[in-house]
Design a protein around this ligand. Sequence first.
Ligand SMILES: [Mg+2]
Length: 324
Amino acid sequence: MTVPLRGPRGPELLRGAELLRMVEPDLALRPLLLLSDFDGTLSRIVMDPWGARVLPGARRALRRLAGIPGVRIALLSGRTVPDLASRARVGGAIYLGNHGIERAELPRRARAEALRVEHDPALDDYVEDAARLASEVPRLVPDGWLSVERKGPAVTFHFRAAPDVAAARARVLSAVEALDPRARLVRFPGRRAVELRPPGAAAKGDALRTMVDEVRPAVTWMLGDDASDAQAFVALRELREAGRTRGLAVAVHAHPEMPEDVAASADVALASPEETARFLAGVARRMRAEGQAGIVSTRAATSSAQVRARSSSPSSRGPSRPAT
Ligand SMILES: [Mg+2]
């Protein structure tokens, strides 16, 4: 299962049913940790970042999976926890927002509004800087395509709808430069956004490591579509190679071209967010069927599985660059 399928330009694109067949040997292992990004993974990419919606099939499957003993679901996104939880609305899941800076757990059948969000108080010093930029950048770039996402100690400037994305990025970066010349906040240029974050703030790779330390999973799956997810893919591969977990880094093809970091660090790739939903639905169906058949899963099954994962870990692809 850990042998990657790769074409000349990155991973071969799989349908959900094909990936389900590949993970078959791991379906009975517990604990199973499933981490998933949101935008472009559980939702289609849309021009308006506020218009992103979870695919109903993905939500249904995640809700089912969250109710299976030994399965942990964690949603890991650049969005804030309240935003992420109100869009996903999967009870029983852990929400890791702002790339892992924030965290909350939504009990099953609880309302997203009832979330209590934990965050790192060390980053509170940056809340004012981020808020100031959120207010002032739009004064220097008063164009209709600019959309500002306020995220406590971080802020994202989206320009998905700009007619000239490269020019939009340059204008946003130049405004940020003028307003934060000493770079109190670190710039992370994305595909159609620029994000500003406190120096040293947690990223998705750190969030995945924390979850693996906590859950001690027999198997870990990480699904994502973008450069920030590639960091988590790299972390997962390192943990797998160290024998800490079996695992699979699953890229989701949501953009016209898969980002280089994503293609380089994923084990396999799904063809679209819709295929993600089909894959998750298939996993939920299979696990429930196995549960009803009385199949007992144990962690004891992992030691030989981990050796297999380690020995078949990809090493010929060269080092992966951590994404920004
Ligand atoms: Mg994404």
